[in-house]
Ligand binder design. Structure first.
Ligand code: CA
Length: 222
């Protein structure tokens, strides 16, 4: 995988670079947000620091999200709930709080690889549920003629629920499917992705909460 490291701290950048290389990926480092916006197209995963010298990382994230579905992991020293939630709402697929455990970083990059790899390996169809069309090949979801601006994680969440339309998918199954390992999964992060997905769908009641169990999409929505 081609990994873009957006990090202004030299020591942090070399540690990340070494970790990414040790896992057999290739890494390129830039230290400014503006550079990230210029070069992002060549990369399959972006590791984004929030405290950058030229732009706020959250602004970089929002700008990237307007033009790419590439998985973006936030690396941040800001561990307060507000920053994390803002990051996820702005389109990050995951976040890591500094100091980052390198083993955990690699596991999260692998989780992202598995997800994107799986979706490109399984060449199949669209799932159509009422007005919703989930194109698994192109990773595009539409409601009628409206293309939903979903993040990679929101798309995976929607595709998972749509594949199991008519049955309940438990929170545990979702965390496991999207993050691969229970220890990587954050329940709060799932809630934020779910809220984002629902607001973009604009189909009230489409994703049904099954209290204490999980979520369900009707197999034959009205
Ligand atoms: Ca920084």
């Amino acid at each position: 995988m081609e990994v873009l490291i957006v990090e202004d701290d030299d020591a942090m950048a070399s540690a990340l670079d070494a970790a990414v290389l040790s896992a057999g990926h290739r890494a390129t480092r830039v230290s400014r947000g503006a550079d990230a916006l210029l070069v992002h197209r060549k990369f399959e995963v972006i590791l984004l620091d929030l405290g950058l010298p030229d732009l706020d990382g959250l602004d970089v994230l929002r700008k990237l999200r307007q033009v790419t579905q590439c998985p973006i992991l936030i690396l941040t020293a800001r561990d307060d709930e507000r920053s994390v939630v803002l990051g996820l709402r702005s389109g990050a697929d995951d976040y890591l709080v500094k100091p980052v455990k390198l083993v955990e970083l690699l596991a999260r990059i692998e989780a992202v690889t598995r997800r994107t790899g799986r979706s490109s390996a399984n060449k199949h169809h669209s799932i159509v549920l009422g007005d919703l069309d989930v194109d698994l090949d192109r990773r595009v979801a539409t409601v009628g003629s409206r293309v939903l601006p979903l993040t990679a994680t929101e798309f995976d969440l929607l595709a998972l629920l749509a594949r199991h339309a008519g049955s309940v998918v438990t929170r545990e199954q979702i965390l496991d499917a999207l993050w691969g390992d229970a220890f990587l999964a954050s329940s709060r992060s799932l809630d934020v992705h779910l809220t984002g997905l629902r607001s973009k769908l604009q189909l009230p009641g489409f994703i049904i909460n099954v209290r204490g169990v999980g979520y369900r999409i009707e197999a034959d929505p009205a």
